[in-house]
Design a protein around this ligand. Structure first.
Ligand code: ADP
Ligand code: TRP
Length: 327
């Protein structure tokens, strides 16, 4: 089974990204052949500052490694280091129906809001299809928001195969849905960069404390009982705590006499402990940027070898090269 996923370097990773995606990628690396990439070409549809993008890419690589992605087990690379993906995007684009892309949410949301969209955003799902198909991937772990794009990928691959009469592209027929609960942000709604309510994974303990103190709570007086089930502080605490620790804190909520300040402090300590070793690994990786570059280069070489094989197969399939060769 070949697992593949990508994550966009559009800003610093936050708790939602970790519990909703990154943690799951990392756990898959133990048993499967895994390819993970930093989707820098996709990020170009939103990040328009070259220095910011550069920094985001470096941070994304260091964060993933610090969080436990092991380059000897999983192949980690930058999307743009595999230029064949852009060529495959074009081959696929010539077969992609406009109506398929018109209903894709990133483009549709903008259009519905009257915001003008560019061709990059419109064709974004085709680049994503190329990302997946170019490595003969069969499992693509993604969040709910990306499921539509996997369906588009299958559609395009099917069309390519039927147009050129062979099994040239592997249909990713399974995807691991991210069923984990949505991680709430500072305001209680889904944590997301777009809502400006995130808690970044790696910030100074002082800044993290400050942010955690900003999590929205109600105005129940300190001495009164409180409901843990409707409190985002408790929801976040559950991500880090053992079942016993959760029962313990829930008891304190219900008993009264504990203020939200204490709950927030408990959450802060639990998060610091949970990510403690990742903080240390991150600092260490940051001090040797050349090694991080070497890891990305080695990952790209491995990914590229596979991509070249698949693109060559597609070139022959559609007649850019000699005799078609199906799988
Ligand atoms: P953002 O919404 O901050 O821009 P992305 O869309 O880049 O985050 O998300 C990258 C990955 O992290 C996706 O797989 C997404 O499903 C997951 N993710 C993001 N926010 C959350 C959240 N609050 N809860 C669970 N998963 C999340
Ligand atoms: N579009 C995905 C996101 O925003 C990132 C991505 C790009 C991706 N290419 C991919 C994910 C291929 C899985 C497979 O989260």
């Amino acid at each position: 089974m070949k697992v593949l996923s990508g994550i966009q370097p559009t800003g610093r990773f936050h708790w939602g990204n970790y519990f909703g995606a990154i943690r799951q990628y990392i756990s898959l690396q133990d048993n499967e052949q895994a390819f993970y990439f930093i989707a820098d070409l996709h990020a170009l549809t939103t990040v328009r500052d070259a220095n910011v993008l550069q920094q985001n890419i470096t941070d994304a690589a260091i964060d993933l490694l610090a969080l436990g992605l092991k380059p000897e087990q999983a192949t980690l690379f930058r999307q743009s280091d595999v230029p064949e993906v852009s060529e495959l995007t074009w081959l696929l684009m010539t077969l992609t129906q406009m109506h398929l892309l018109e209903k894709c949410h990133a483009y549709k949301d903008k259009k519905d809001k009257g915001i003008s969209a560019d061709a990059g955003l419109f064709t974004y799902p085709v680049l994503m299809a190329a990302d997946i198909l170019i490595y003969d991937s069969d499992v693509v772990p993604v969040g709910q928001d990306q499921v539509q794009h996997i369906e588009v990928t299958r559609d395009i691959a099917q069309r390519f195969n039927s147009t050129y009469g062979g099994e040239f592209l592997v249909l990713p027929d399974k995807h691991v849905l991210d069923h984990s609960a949505k991680v709430p942000g500072l305001d209680g709604q889904k944590m997301s960069k777009s809502y400006n309510n995130t808690i970044p994974l790696f910030d100074t303990p002082k800044k993290l404390k400050k942010l955690i103190n900003k999590i929205k709570t109600d105005s129940t007086p300190l001495e009164d009982p409180k409901n843990p089930d409707t409190c985002p502080v408790f929801d976040l605490y559950k991500l880090f705590a053992t079942p016993e620790q959760q029962v313990d804190l829930a008891g304190k909520y219900r008993a009264g006499g504990m203020g939200y300040g204490e709950a927030k402090s408990t959450l802060h300590d639990a998060a610091m402990e949970y990510f403690g070793s990742a903080f240390e690994r991150r600092a260490e990786l940051e001090s040797r940027p050349d090694d991080v570059e070497d890891i990305l280069a080695a990952g790209a070489a491995k990914a590229r070898a596979k991509a070249q094989e698949v693109v060559e197969r597609c070139r022959t399939a559609c007649g850019l090269r000699g005799k078609p060769a199906s799988l």
